[in-house]
Ligand binder design. Sequence first.
Ligand SMILES: [Mg+2]
Length: 210
Amino acid sequence: MELDGRAVRRLFGAMAATIAAHAEELTRLDQAIGDGDHGSNMQRGFDAVLADLDRIAAKPLPEALTALGTTLVMKVGGASGPLYGTLFMQLGRALPAGAGLAELATAGDAALAAVKARGKSNTGSKTMLDVLAPVLAALRGGDPATLGERLPRVADAAADATVPMLALRGRASFLGERSIGHMDPGARSSALLIAAACRAFGPTAKGDAA
Ligand SMILES: [Mg+2]
């Protein structure tokens, strides 16, 4: 995880690009079981990250992650701003400089615990946690060389698995049984961000376009 400024730029740029490309889809998902603002909220947050990317990418990875989280807290709003903000801020705080995969997983544990505390939630409630927890588990197992293809598959399957769930947290929980049959928007955006992060470092990763 010793990422230079170019790599941080590629990582955050890929995350912003996938949110922009899927903003309408996220909004449609949120219209079904929420208030329909998840796509526009997330896009506003990542647009702000892009606008500040020179400053953010000049920092070492842990500080860059914290800055990403701070920007998302300030710009995304709704429920997902504080939750994504907490995720990235805590990940940045818990990640030592020059960390390897083991330290990334440990920092991921701390970030996941912080999101659970912030949202007073846990897995099984039809939230982003239902994607983040299995992805973190997969980060610890198997061949590190195949993580880049495995993690997006795990994330997609986990987001799909929120469809039959009953929402127990957030606005969707007000719908009760009517929340069943729809994918959780936060689970989908989490899966998108994970896939983008893996693509940014996969064998087919394109060079820094900026
Ligand atoms: Mg919403």
